[in-house]
Design a protein around this ligand. Structure first.
Ligand code: PLP
Length: 381
């Protein structure tokens, strides 16, 4: 939705909170402000009941059971908890973790930390489409591997990896299959059992929920995933992560899951319409190309290289567009995106690429304004 003249096309960075989600949260700041651990009075019971409902709602969007959901402060925290925990739990017998160069920094930086702690970390390559070569994965995973960690939807390109095939390889070697599912939740249908995912993560603010709340899914059966305590204290979240629960945030996460499920069919169709209109216009006029496979990707995400427009030198002219350029998730850094470089783009191509990520509040009129803007930019000499 425009804020003044501003057009927000950065919904993979974060989203506006849905009205229904906000209304569900508000009473838990004021009237129902109890601590969910206070077992002796009504304030506590009310908060605990709200957390229970949110756990059910979160489990439902993932098609898993509520007992497999643990609340966290973010997807980043969930990823740290999982990778650090897996290393602590299994490294004596299995010291290897296999991941991919195009993962979010939450995974990459945690893996680099574990490498410094003595873990063997394999960072797999991707091809120009952003996809992993399954034969490479087959060759890399072995009986020393504790976990294979591959994201479902890439935050910069929207490319979706075929997780079920990867999970199968991990399981054949007795390894845990973990996936950073942060960008896919609320955007595509999810069934973690069907895909064989053992550990997954959720972040409310990526799908119209509040910032600062997320969840981790840990499979209970076949295989049962057990992680050691990540935060010590009062024993909340089954002793995995202590700390007073963020009840309003958790209520918001649960509600955001419920609302997202209700919107799912329309979301896919609506986002695809906006994305197709944008891509057709930009690619027809500027020898532009879409980064990543166009077959399996998020409906709302389009990463386009507009090299002929020398976008890199025109950032200041784009102040009315909230988009991501260069390094999409850390766009304040003047570095080319590690994702695009891993896909084989040159530095120049990466710097001249833009991530457009649509959301429920965007309109076709906004797409028209954006495409007109780019069509009126003077190509570089
Ligand atoms: N993983 C992916 C793929 C993301 O896009 C993000 C957010 O940008 C994260 C993890 C981290 O999520 P959070 O903001 O909840 O820490």
């Amino acid at each position: 939705m425009p804020q003044g003249e501003l057009i927000y096309l950065d919904n993979n960075a974060t989203t506006r909170v849905d009205e229904e989600v906000l209304n569900a949260m508000l009473p838990f700041f004021t009237e129902h402000y109890g601590n969910a651990s206070s077992a002796l009075h009504q304030y506590g019971w009310r908060a605990a009941e709200a957390v229970k409902i949110a756990r059910e709602q979160t489990a439902s969007i993932l098609s898993v059971t509520p007992e497999e959901i643990y609340f966290t402060a973010s997807a980043t925290e969930a990823i740290n908890m999982a990778l650090v925990g897996l290393h602590a739990q299994y490294s004596a017998k299995r010291n290897k973790i296999v991941t991919v160069k195009t993962e979010h920094k939450a995974v990459l930086e945690t893996c680099i930390f574990l490498q410094q702690m003595g873990a063997e970390i394999i960072f797999l390559d991707v091809n120009r489409q952003g996809l992993i070569d399954i034969k490479e994965l087959e060759k890399t995973v072995d009986d020393k591997t504790s976990a294979v960690c591959i994201m479902w939807a890439n935050n910069e390109t929207g490319v979706l990896q075929p997780l079920a095939a990867f999970a199968d390889i991990a399981h054949r070697h007795g390894a845990i299959f973990m996936s950073d599912t942060t960008q896919a939740i609320g955007k595509v249908r999810v069934d973690l059992n069907e895909m064989g995912v053992d550990i997954a993560c959720v972040s409310a603010h990526k799908f119209y929920g509040p910032k600062g709340v997320g969840a981790i899914y840990l499979r209970r059966k076949n295989p049962r995933v057990i992680l050691p305590t990540f935060i010590y204290g009062g024993g909340q979240e089954s002793k995995l992560r202590a700390g007073t629960l963020n009840v309003p945030g958790i209520v918001g996460l649960g509600k955001a899951c419920e609302v997202a499920m209700g919107h799912l069919w329309n979301y896919g169709a609506d986002m695809s319409r906006l994305r197709i209109a944008l891509e057709q216009q930009l690619c027809a006029n500027h020898h532009a190309f879409v980064n990543g496979t166009m077959r399996d990707r998020l409906p709302n995400t389009s990463n386009i290289c507009l090299q002929s427009l020398a976008i890199r030198n025109k950032i200041s002219a784009m102040s009315h567009l909230a988009i991501s350029t260069g390094s999409a998730c850390a766009s304040a850094l003047a570095e080319p995106s590690h994702v695009l470089l891993a896909m084989g783009l040159s530095n120049d191509e990466a710097f001249n690429s833009i991530r457009f990520s649509f959301g429920r509040y965007n309109t076709m009129e906004e797409v028209r304004i954006v495409t007109d803007f780019f069509n009126n930019l003077v190509p570089s000499a």
